[in-house]
Write a protein that binds this ligand. Sequence first.
Ligand SMILES: NC(=O)CC[C@H](N)C(=O)O
Length: 257
Amino acid sequence: MATPKALILRAPGTNCDRETAFAFEAAGGAAERVHLNRLLDQPQLAEGFQILCLPGGFSYGDDIAAGRIVGSLIRHHLDEVLREFVDAGKLVLGICNGFQILLKSGILLPDAADGHAPATLAWNESQRFIDRWVHLKTNGDKCVFLKEIEKMYLPVAHAEGRFVARCSDTLKSLDQSGQLSLRYTDAAGGEAAYPDCPNGAQLGVAGACDATGRVFGLMPHPERYLEPTHHPRWTRGEAGEVGDGLKIFQNAVQYFA
Ligand SMILES: NC(=O)CC[C@H](N)C(=O)O
């Protein structure tokens, strides 16, 4: 098949779109940055892409709540197009602000029958923006982006990253269905307390996927660790031969091989 193409959706305040396009290209794909207004104007543009990626940043200044404004625009104007995109077997990835948008739009976890979202990303328990590197482990094999990944070391940078489910039953059912696919750990791979879990997320959830495993959102930034020199202690020989984040983009591109 031709080289898979990723649509990198940017909005006012997005600031990781170039790095994310670079990551898809480094993984062997093609990428195009498309402004949200263009997609609102011409939703059929999405048809020419196999992957939709919502990159990190502060879309609309994180006003109201991080991801809320783009999430609402998607809900009201692009819901059908994105549902068709997913139903066609394509992939959707949301990184940090993108994960916030995916949850707030209802694209990742559809609203319950009463119209409420099953989960959200709330303010960090510390009430502060946290910028640090974290240890992660995958949970189950549902998520296509995490294929053959067991653990990763990646940076986080967010203020609203605390994964909270609506109630304990919802949390349990998401867990049982394997959708809570990425978790913070301590350096030894065990359960993470603050600051290994930077935000107080329930069950240490750092990333979650939809029921198909083809829509995935995560708080850490895989596009910030593609090359060994991105590692904070690479001069001490602590980096691997490739950055841990690259595999996520490779999995997405190779999904269409
Ligand atoms: N790095 C980002 O994407 C920023 C995330 C988000 N705007 C927050 O601070 O919660």
